[in-house]
Design a protein around this ligand. Structure first.
Ligand code: FE
Length: 185
């Protein structure tokens, strides 16, 4: 009788172990997909490592609205953010990790109430993901370094790309007057 119990226990332990293994490999694969072989460059031209934090860590360091948008793919109300009407020259960085994401050179007036750009500062700095939430087929824009939700990209933007990166102000910080190292002042 005791022998049967022992076999049962052994089987349970093995299934639990396999389950954990599967979950671990899923997490690793998601992290690989996020960081990939991408190279992240700071405003000063330094190479930056990918940022991986637990949800508890993000919650501790972001305020409630930034956490809702960056980590839960929320959306700020139109015309309420700090940058939709910002016309100053500079660089917009990720509010989660500081990665440069957009330049004022590609910002345009979209009339939507959200900061809008026709191109990211470096294609490698953003991650695009299919988003079928709320019954719509949209393309989500994430910071490729930390995975922070930025907004969505649509194909009704101006020339030369025809794209409209519709971004939440709360997902961004603004470094006034900054240029990426190597760019003309
Ligand atoms: Fe980021």
């Amino acid at each position: 009788m005791q022998y049967k119990y022992f076999i049962c226990l052994l089987i349970s332990m093995v299934s639990l172990w396999s389950c954990n293994q599967a979950q671990d490999s899923k997490t690793t694969s998601e992290q690989d997909q996020l960081a990939g072989n991408r190279i992240f460059i700071s405003i000063n031209g330094d190479t930056l490592a990918p940022v991986q934090k637990s949800e508890e860590e993000w919650k501790a360091e972001l305020d409630a609205q930034a956490y809702n948008v960056l980590r839960e793919a929320g959306t700020e109300r139109a015309f309420t953010g700090k940058y939709w009407d910002n016309k100053k020259q500079g660089i917009y960085t990720c509010a989660g990790c500081g990665l440069p994401l957009f330049s004022s050179d590609t910002k345009f007036k979209s009339g939507t109430g959200w900061p809008s750009f026709w191109e990211p500062i470096r294609p490698e700095h953003v991650l695009l993901k299919e988003d079928k939430a709320f019954g719509m087929a949209r393309t989500e824009v994430l910071c490729a370094r930390c995975g922070g939700h930025q907004g969505h990209v649509f194909d009704d933007g101006p020339k030369p790309t025809g794209l409209r990166y519709c971004i939440n102000s709360v997902s961004l910080d603004f470094v006034e007057g900054a240029k990426m190292k190597g760019e003309k002042p």
